[in-house]
Design a protein around this ligand. Structure first.
Ligand SMILES: [Fe+2]
Ligand SMILES: [Fe+2]
Length: 275
């Protein structure tokens, strides 16, 4: 597990949008590329934005993969003759796509798609893309704990802690996944948001926590969240086919999970943005 500390300056009342972003599945014909680009532009337009990527950014299914189906490949993304250098195409595309926002990236994790590809081909396409963007410091594989420390001009400080992993679970209902994540969150003291991708749902569920101040005089309560970080793989495509259709899966959410973080001298407040 990588432990990452990032620091931000704040003024009382400031808002820091936090985007949890995963499962772009670029390279798949069903990737909702226009929504993905719109979401990237939303991050770019927010001066205080922060984001983490949670893997499966690229589909990474080549000829040698048993899941390979030519009908599932985005042939605008890659030419057939370039399949043998898929990792180069992925790295170049990611650098072109993500460079406008990369200074806002907190951490970037492997998923099972890009991770399997990286392991199988003895490379690390996530690290290679981040190196090209001068952000190798943001690279992580399995899991990451991210501590965002906010400090103001008077040296007041507060923090928000994220527990991130691509995730391994899928379930028919997002409520089932969120309930399981709330239980998992109970193992992690001081974590404000525990988030997982992989399932392609967006959503968040909160639970109350009660603690006390340093002098053991005042009770302090706050909300903690379990979150699912969405995806961009459309379930159905006009006159197309895809994995979800092959397996008669239900339509799924498209997009990313948004939070608003309000640092304050009295502690940070986190709010989930629900659509
Ligand atoms: Fe995925
Ligand atoms: Fe996944």
């Amino acid at each position: 597990m990588r432990l990452v500390t990032v620091r931000r300056q704040f003024e009382e009342g400031a808002c820091f949008p936090l985007y949890l972003w995963s499962d772009w599945h670029k390279g798949n014909a069903n990737c909702a590329k226009h929504i993905l680009t719109r979401d990237r532009d939303e991050i770019a337009a927010e001066p205080n934005a922060m984001y983490a990527t949670l893997g499966d950014l690229y589909d990474c299914i080549a000829f040698d993969d048993k899941r390979y189906d030519p009908a599932h490949v985005d042939w605008d993304f890659i030419e057939p003759q370039d399949m043998g250098r898929l990792s180069d195409v992925v790295v170049a595309d990611r650098v072109a796509f993500e460079s406008p926002v990369i200074d806002k990236c907190l951490v970037s994790l492997w998923g099972n798609h890009d991770g399997k590809f990286s392991s199988y081909h003895h490379t690390d396409i996530n690290l290679r893309a981040l190196e090209r963007m001068d952000r190798a410091d943001a690279a992580a594989r399995g899991a990451a704990l991210v501590r965002i420390v906010f400090t103001d001009a008077h040296k007041h400080a507060c923090q928000v802690v994220l527990n991130l992993h691509h995730g391994r679970r899928i379930a028919k209902y997002k409520s089932t996944l969120l309930n399981n994540l709330l239980i998992k969150l109970r193992h992690w003291n001081d974590v404000d948001i525990l988030a997982r991708g992989h399932c392609h749902f967006t959503g968040a569920a909160s639970e109350a926590r009660v603690g006390f101040d340093r002098n053991f005089r005042d009770l302090r309560d706050k909300k903690v969240y379990a979150a699912l970080t969405g995806g961009y793989l459309k379930t159905y495509l006009e006159d197309g086919s895809c994995y979800a259709e092959d397996f008669d899966l239900d339509p799924i959410d498209i997009g990313m999970q948004r939070f608003l973080v309000y640092p304050s001298r009295y502690g940070a407040t986190v709010k989930a943005v629900t659509e």
